[in-house]
Design a protein around this ligand. Structure first.
Ligand SMILES: Nc1ncnc2c1ncn2[C@@H]1O[C@H](COP(=O)(O)OP(=O)(O)OP(=O)(O)O)[C@@H](O)[C@H]1O
Length: 278
């Protein structure tokens, strides 16, 4: 994909045209959310959101600041459980498994549903150990040879192998911002997730690093179900096949990315994508 890197661009009055979302989304649902609500103490942040997320596709969550994109994203690997006073209601299933089932192991869930954050956050460890840590904890590797293989394949999938193969013992924190973010993506891939959640993964990156990560997202979708929160409508248009527009905690419109940007059905969506709200 030849993405033109942009940061948040002024959008007043203009329509975004999806440049290259390769194809339409798969129609096999991997994640299903039914009437999901989220409260922070007495404050309700998400109101009865229902959505089906297709497998092996990139789904973008867009909307004005504070509309609940990150809160809703965190529902899928139960990261909201770690926030005091945060309560999630409704039903969320991944491949039919209720993620709130008391018998479900949350650590396992977070290996199945990996997460990449806004700011690259490598562990203060070597590049090698950043990748090897998760698989060791989860018992996915037993021998040094197995670990070596997994470190190499994860770094290759994240498009970082060539840049770091000769310095695996160096600290991950010594890499550039874009390389650190790809290291974090490699670390996520290493535990064998089915789903990867990305919360504004390029917001701390320069345009070139952003373009590299976007190309990577494009490649990863052949294998993973990806949900990305982004402030950049250009980025949503470039990388996603499905787009969900949120406003004030409600899902206003959800559809094929091309339809959302070219022919939105809801007035609020149109107002947002043409820069009149947000
Ligand atoms: N830990 C928290 N405690 C209390 N309220 C919170 C917390 N996190 C988020 N909120 C509130 O929930 C609402 C949704 O926030 P959230 O961060 O999910 O929105 P967002 O669309 O991701 O915003 P942004 O684009 O600015 O990151 C906001 O009103 C926010 O103030």
């Amino acid at each position: 994909m030849n993405a033109t890197p942009e940061t948040r661009a002024p959008l007043s009055g203009s329509r975004i045209r999806p440049s290259a979302p390769a194809s339409v989304a798969s129609n096999v649902s991997r994640i299903s959310a039914r009437d999901v609500t989220v409260h922070y103490g007495p404050k309700q942040a998400i109101f009865d959101v229902s959505i089906e997320i297709p497998e092996k596709s990139v789904t973008a969550f867009i909307g004005p600041s504070g509309c609940g994109k990150s809160t809703f994203l965190r529902c899928f690997n139960r990261m909201n459980d770690t926030i005091e006073g945060c309560k999630v209601g409704g039903l969320i299933t991944i491949d039919g498994d209720d993620i709130h089932d008391p018998s479900l192991d949350v650590v396992e869930l977070r290996a199945r549903v990996g997460m990449v954050f806004q700011k690259p956050n490598p562990f203060p460890k070597s590049i090698y150990d950043n990748i090897a840590y998760g698989p060791r904890i989860h018992g996915l590797v037993k021998t040094k040879a197995e670990t070596d293989d997994l470190v190499e394949s994860s770094l290759k999938k994240a498009g970082l192998w060539k840049e770091v193969s000769d310095r695996l013992d160096q600290p991950g924190t010594g890499l550039s911002g874009g390389q650190q973010q790809r290291l974090c993506i490699a670390r996520t891939i290493a535990t064998g997730p089915e789903v990867i959640l990305m919360d504004e993964p390029c917001s701390a990156l320069d345009p070139i690093a952003t373009s590299i990560v976007e190309d990577l997202i494009h490649e990863l979708r052949a294998q993973y179900t990806i949900i990305i929160v982004t402030h950049s409508m250009q980025q949503a248009a470039r990388v996603s096949q499905k787009t969900a527009f949120f406003h004030l905690g409600k899902l206003i419109e959800y559809g094929e990315t091309e339809q959302i940007f070219v022919n939105p059905k809801e007035k609020q969506t149109e107002a947002y994508i043409t820069g009149r709200i947000g």
